[in-house]
Design a protein. Structure first.
Length: 188
């Protein structure tokens, strides 16, 4: 049950609402809860979306036995593991963002620190500070913020960030090698 606080003296809800709507439109506050957004998609729809983008999604892994582990991204194999606990959609989006960070952003942050702090509750900020050192805070905070986005806009951003680069033009043939025939290479 949601309870509304009575308006404070001197403030009328109609005066505050346009500002809230403006902030929400600018993406500075989250007008919907994370669960309301991610749960509009079935877990299977999200799995299929990641698989269409070249990732495998697994529902188990030996590390899932670790206490408190909800999921992980296995970089070397493009596999996203979602352990069978907690909110599966949220975990898939969170670990999927780690895949984007690794494969597409090459470790560069996508969101700035101010944007991250605006997107995290105080509790999230405390939890992240307690659980992760400075080296991992940015990556974990970004994955947590991104997992709260609407899945459709999240996936559009994944497509944009992970779009295959345009291949460079083919190098000119070395002199002495006719067009269409490659030199024979050995040893590799």
């Amino acid at each position: 049950m949601t309870r509304r606080r009575p308006a404070r003296k001197g403030r009328h809800p109609a005066v505050v609402l346009p500002g809230v709507v403006l902030l929400a439109a600018m993406g500075l506050i989250d007008p919907l809860t994370r669960a309301a957004r991610a749960d509009n998609w079935s877990y299977q729809q999200l799995v299929e979306a990641f698989e269409q983008r070249g990732f495998s999604v697994l529902g188990s892994h030996p590390r899932c036995a670790e206490r408190g582990l909800y999921g992980l991204y296995l970089r070397e194999s493009r596999r996203i593991v979602v352990c069978p606990r907690g909110n599966l959609n949220d975990t898939l989006l969170h670990e999927g963002w780690h895949a984007v960070q690794s494969r597409c952003l090459r470790g560069r942050p996508h969101l700035g620190e101010e944007e991250l702090r605006r997107g995290l509750s105080r509790r999230d900020q405390r939890d992240l500070a307690r659980l992760y050192g400075e080296g991992r805070w940015q990556r974990e905070a970004e994955a947590r913020v991104m997992a709260r986005r609407d899945p459709a806009s999240y996936l559009r951003l994944v497509d944009e960030l992970c779009a295959a680069p345009v291949p460079p033009p083919a190098p000119a043939s070395p002199q002495g090698t006719p067009q269409g025939q490659a030199e024979k290479r050995t040893g590799s």
